[in-house]
Design a protein around this ligand. Structure first.
Ligand code: AR6
Length: 174
Protein backbone atom coordinates (compact mmCIF):
# COMPACT_ATOMS: atom_id res chain seq x y z
CA UNK A 1 0.00 0.00 0.00
CA UNK A 2 1.60 3.29 -1.05
CA UNK A 3 1.77 6.17 1.38
CA UNK A 4 -1.16 8.52 0.77
CA UNK A 5 -0.86 12.28 1.04
CA UNK A 6 -3.77 14.68 1.34
CA UNK A 7 -4.92 18.07 2.53
CA UNK A 8 -7.44 18.19 5.34
CA UNK A 9 -8.18 18.19 9.03
CA UNK A 10 -6.69 15.20 10.81
CA UNK A 11 -9.49 15.18 13.40
CA UNK A 12 -11.92 14.06 10.66
CA UNK A 13 -9.91 11.03 9.52
CA UNK A 14 -11.64 7.66 9.77
CA UNK A 15 -8.57 5.64 10.61
CA UNK A 16 -7.63 3.44 13.52
CA UNK A 17 -5.13 5.92 14.94
CA UNK A 18 -4.40 9.59 14.44
CA UNK A 19 -1.05 10.95 15.56
CA UNK A 20 -0.90 14.13 17.60
CA UNK A 21 2.05 16.55 17.55
CA UNK A 22 1.92 17.14 21.30
CA UNK A 23 4.33 18.65 23.83
CA UNK A 24 5.90 16.87 26.82
CA UNK A 25 3.17 18.01 29.23
CA UNK A 26 0.49 16.13 27.22
CA UNK A 27 -1.90 18.79 28.49
CA UNK A 28 -2.88 20.15 25.08
CA UNK A 29 -1.75 23.25 23.24
CA UNK A 30 -2.21 24.99 19.91
CA UNK A 31 -1.95 23.68 16.33
CA UNK A 32 -2.96 20.12 15.64
CA UNK A 33 -2.82 19.32 19.38
CA UNK A 34 -5.45 21.96 20.15
CA UNK A 35 -7.62 20.75 17.27
CA UNK A 36 -7.48 17.12 18.44
CA UNK A 37 -8.36 17.95 22.05
CA UNK A 38 -11.17 20.30 20.96
CA UNK A 39 -12.74 17.80 18.59
CA UNK A 40 -12.10 14.71 20.72
CA UNK A 41 -13.35 16.19 23.99
CA UNK A 42 -12.26 15.81 27.63
CA UNK A 43 -11.74 12.02 27.58
CA UNK A 44 -8.41 12.54 25.79
CA UNK A 45 -7.10 14.99 28.38
CA UNK A 46 -8.22 12.70 31.19
CA UNK A 47 -6.32 9.78 29.63
CA UNK A 48 -3.25 12.01 29.18
CA UNK A 49 -3.41 12.99 32.87
CA UNK A 50 -3.45 9.31 33.79
CA UNK A 51 -0.38 8.63 31.62
CA UNK A 52 1.45 11.52 33.26
CA UNK A 53 0.54 10.21 36.73
CA UNK A 54 1.46 6.60 36.06
CA UNK A 55 4.24 6.59 33.48
CA UNK A 56 5.67 10.02 32.79
CA UNK A 57 5.49 12.33 35.82
CA UNK A 58 8.26 14.46 34.27
CA UNK A 59 6.51 14.61 30.89
CA UNK A 60 6.80 12.61 27.68
CA UNK A 61 10.37 12.75 26.32
CA UNK A 62 10.93 14.07 22.79
CA UNK A 63 10.73 11.29 20.20
CA UNK A 64 8.55 9.02 22.35
CA UNK A 65 4.87 8.17 21.78
CA UNK A 66 1.92 7.09 23.93
CA UNK A 67 -1.66 6.11 23.05
CA UNK A 68 -4.99 7.26 24.46
CA UNK A 69 -8.63 6.97 23.53
CA UNK A 70 -9.67 9.20 20.64
CA UNK A 71 -12.75 10.34 22.58
CA UNK A 72 -15.34 11.72 20.18
CA UNK A 73 -13.09 11.53 17.10
CA UNK A 74 -13.93 9.01 14.38
CA UNK A 75 -10.54 7.37 15.01
CA UNK A 76 -10.15 4.74 17.73
CA UNK A 77 -6.90 6.00 19.23
CA UNK A 78 -4.80 9.12 19.43
CA UNK A 79 -1.07 8.52 19.49
CA UNK A 80 0.61 11.47 21.19
CA UNK A 81 4.19 12.11 20.26
CA UNK A 82 6.60 14.95 20.91
CA UNK A 83 8.67 16.23 18.01
CA UNK A 84 11.87 18.19 18.46
CA UNK A 85 11.87 21.97 18.79
CA UNK A 86 14.08 23.18 15.93
CA UNK A 87 17.21 24.85 17.25
CA UNK A 88 16.93 23.24 20.67
CA UNK A 89 18.34 19.78 19.95
CA UNK A 90 21.99 20.55 20.45
CA UNK A 91 22.73 20.01 16.78
CA UNK A 92 20.72 19.58 13.60
CA UNK A 93 21.50 15.90 13.16
CA UNK A 94 20.10 15.26 16.64
CA UNK A 95 16.91 17.09 15.64
CA UNK A 96 16.63 14.88 12.53
CA UNK A 97 17.03 11.74 14.63
CA UNK A 98 14.42 12.86 17.14
CA UNK A 99 11.93 13.64 14.39
CA UNK A 100 12.50 10.20 12.85
CA UNK A 101 12.03 8.63 16.28
CA UNK A 102 8.72 10.48 16.76
CA UNK A 103 7.37 8.99 13.51
CA UNK A 104 8.79 5.53 14.13
CA UNK A 105 7.55 5.29 17.72
CA UNK A 106 4.10 6.60 16.76
CA UNK A 107 3.70 3.96 14.06
CA UNK A 108 5.04 1.29 16.40
CA UNK A 109 2.54 2.28 19.12
CA UNK A 110 -0.35 2.15 16.64
CA UNK A 111 0.78 -1.18 15.27
CA UNK A 112 1.09 -2.67 18.76
CA UNK A 113 -2.53 -1.68 19.43
CA UNK A 114 -3.57 -3.65 16.36
CA UNK A 115 -4.05 -0.62 14.12
CA UNK A 116 -3.48 -1.05 10.41
CA UNK A 117 -4.44 2.49 9.37
CA UNK A 118 -2.79 5.64 10.69
CA UNK A 119 -3.05 9.35 9.88
CA UNK A 120 0.02 11.49 10.47
CA UNK A 121 0.46 15.26 10.69
CA UNK A 122 3.63 17.16 9.76
CA UNK A 123 5.18 16.83 13.22
CA UNK A 124 7.33 19.78 14.42
CA UNK A 125 6.75 21.90 11.30
CA UNK A 126 4.35 24.37 12.97
CA UNK A 127 4.99 25.92 16.37
CA UNK A 128 8.18 23.86 16.81
CA UNK A 129 9.74 25.48 13.74
CA UNK A 130 11.35 22.51 11.97
CA UNK A 131 12.14 23.48 8.34
CA UNK A 132 9.30 21.87 6.34
CA UNK A 133 11.40 20.53 3.41
CA UNK A 134 13.89 18.95 5.75
CA UNK A 135 11.10 17.51 7.94
CA UNK A 136 9.32 16.19 4.82
CA UNK A 137 12.26 14.03 3.79
CA UNK A 138 12.72 12.62 7.28
CA UNK A 139 9.01 11.95 7.71
CA UNK A 140 8.66 10.17 4.38
CA UNK A 141 11.81 8.10 4.86
CA UNK A 142 10.78 7.07 8.39
CA UNK A 143 7.38 5.91 7.21
CA UNK A 144 8.80 4.09 4.19
CA UNK A 145 11.24 2.22 6.41
CA UNK A 146 8.46 1.22 8.80
CA UNK A 147 6.24 0.05 5.93
CA UNK A 148 8.99 -2.17 4.55
CA UNK A 149 8.70 -4.20 7.74
CA UNK A 150 4.92 -3.79 8.12
CA UNK A 151 3.51 -3.72 4.58
CA UNK A 152 -0.05 -4.31 5.80
CA UNK A 153 -0.11 -0.88 7.46
CA UNK A 154 -1.88 1.99 5.63
CA UNK A 155 -0.48 5.44 6.28
CA UNK A 156 -1.85 8.81 5.22
CA UNK A 157 -0.10 12.15 5.72
CA UNK A 158 -2.57 14.96 6.38
CA UNK A 159 -1.55 18.52 5.56
CA UNK A 160 -3.43 21.54 6.75
CA UNK A 161 -2.96 23.43 3.48
CA UNK A 162 -2.36 22.67 -0.19
CA UNK A 163 0.82 24.71 0.09
CA UNK A 164 2.32 22.53 2.84
CA UNK A 165 1.25 19.39 0.97
CA UNK A 166 3.05 20.68 -2.11
CA UNK A 167 6.23 21.39 -0.14
CA UNK A 168 6.14 17.83 1.19
CA UNK A 169 5.61 16.30 -2.24
CA UNK A 170 8.32 18.37 -3.90
CA UNK A 171 10.82 17.61 -1.13
CA UNK A 172 10.23 13.91 -1.78
CA UNK A 173 10.13 14.09 -5.57
CA UNK A 174 6.47 13.01 -5.67
N1 AR6 B 1 -4.96 18.71 10.85
C1 AR6 B 1 -3.79 18.48 10.24
N2 AR6 B 1 -2.71 19.26 10.38
C2 AR6 B 1 -2.81 20.34 11.18
C3 AR6 B 1 -4.01 20.66 11.88
C4 AR6 B 1 -5.12 19.80 11.68
N3 AR6 B 1 -6.29 20.00 12.28
N4 AR6 B 1 -3.79 21.78 12.60
C5 AR6 B 1 -2.53 22.16 12.37
N5 AR6 B 1 -1.93 21.30 11.51
P1 AR6 B 1 1.84 22.14 15.14
P2 AR6 B 1 4.43 21.20 16.19
C6 AR6 B 1 -0.55 21.31 10.98
O1 AR6 B 1 2.18 23.53 15.49
O2 AR6 B 1 5.17 22.08 15.25
C7 AR6 B 1 1.22 22.62 20.06
O3 AR6 B 1 0.97 23.75 20.85
C8 AR6 B 1 0.21 22.59 11.02
O4 AR6 B 1 -0.15 23.43 9.92
O5 AR6 B 1 0.48 21.65 15.45
O6 AR6 B 1 4.90 19.79 16.37
C9 AR6 B 1 1.69 21.44 20.91
O7 AR6 B 1 1.04 21.41 22.16
C10 AR6 B 1 1.65 22.11 10.91
O8 AR6 B 1 2.01 21.87 9.56
O9 AR6 B 1 2.87 21.08 15.85
C11 AR6 B 1 3.16 21.71 21.06
O10 AR6 B 1 3.39 22.64 22.09
C12 AR6 B 1 1.60 20.75 11.61
O11 AR6 B 1 0.22 20.44 11.78
C13 AR6 B 1 3.53 22.32 19.73
O12 AR6 B 1 2.33 22.89 19.22
C14 AR6 B 1 2.28 20.71 12.95
O13 AR6 B 1 2.14 21.98 13.59
C15 AR6 B 1 4.00 21.29 18.75
O14 AR6 B 1 4.45 21.93 17.59
Amino acid sequence: MPIRIKTGDITKERVCAVVNAANPSLMGGGGVDGAIHRAGGPAILEACREIRRREYPEGLPTGEAVATTAGALPARYVIHTVGPVWGRCGDEKRCDDLLAAAYRNSLKAAYTLGCRSVALPAISTGIYGFPPERAAKIAYRSVETFLQEHPEMEVVFIFHSDESKKVFEEANGI
